[in-house]
Ligand binder design. Sequence first.
Ligand code: COI
Length: 355
Amino acid sequence: MVEEAAAFKITHVKESRVKQLDPENIVFGSLFTDHMLVADCIDGVWQTPEILPYGDIAYNPALASLHYGQSIFEGMKAFRNVDNEVVMFRPEENFKRFNISAERMCMAQVPEEIFMGGLKEILKLDSAWVPDGEDNSLYLRPFMFASDVYLGVRPSFNYRFMIIMSPAGKYYSTPPKVKIETEYIRAATGGVGYAKCAGNYAASLYPAKLAQEQGYTQLLWTDAQTHTKFEESGTMNVFFVQNGKLLTPKTSTTILKGITRDSLINIARDSGYEVSEQDVYVKDIVEGIKDGSVTEVFGAGTAVVVSPFSGVGFEGDDIPLPAITEKSISSVLKQKLDGIRKGKLEDTHGWVYKV
Ligand code: COI
């Protein structure tokens, strides 16, 4: 059945696949909901977005994004709250960041009606896919790529914006052990570190693979110039607890401005913790873990939420961190964030967005 709903052309699936969803056994990024959104920008003009049954897309081998990497994305989540309503968390922030990434990668700006309106429309259609369960959510993946068929190096004239959705559970089953990376870099000043562009993730794979071969789960990136200051970790921002105070690297052109990061800073301050956004030096943290003043190191991001590390590796040494308890600051912050998102705690910042 094809239907024109508001500004969207919708083709419904004949039969939902939602019975494939097992909330007890979710593997991140492996199962997709019934529908996907597709919107093309042709020579600067956005065409009517279509919502279609989820499926393959075919492309010309000269597709510009395959060759020169004009490709960006966002990661966001929808939840089922205590009243069984479907809600998103701070989606306007993802919308803004998406267009900041688009600007840096010289791509078309996506209009709010398509990004926000599209999310609402597709979430309404596939709401049965938002799983129950403490660590479960529906991961939303808006993305855009250059769709010119052309091999010359210049910004594409045409773009395709899409939204796909995938049920998500816990990202890491056990606390990651991370290696402090002092050879390879993630981003340099003036580069694209703050943009959520595909190439940032591609560039991280080789150093991450080397670290995995050495027994680590992920990397803790340091600054490109001196390798003395922390930047972020894997796909997440990073926090340290030293003498009961939270430290996190201040954002710059080399660090992604995480929405979970910002939410945790606010929740921590609201809860009376001291938080400092500052340069965080590798030496201070390594010494602090050894002398017991640093008690927690954790990642924060949409996919991982709050992910405490079991230890860090530095210059061949493995330095374990104390085990996390319910009273650890990372546990308290995660509980509060979850509570706000699921409607168990008051949403004093107006972060929760009902679909
Ligand atoms: C997110 O947290 O949304 C991310 O970007 C992680 C993703 C690359 C798995």
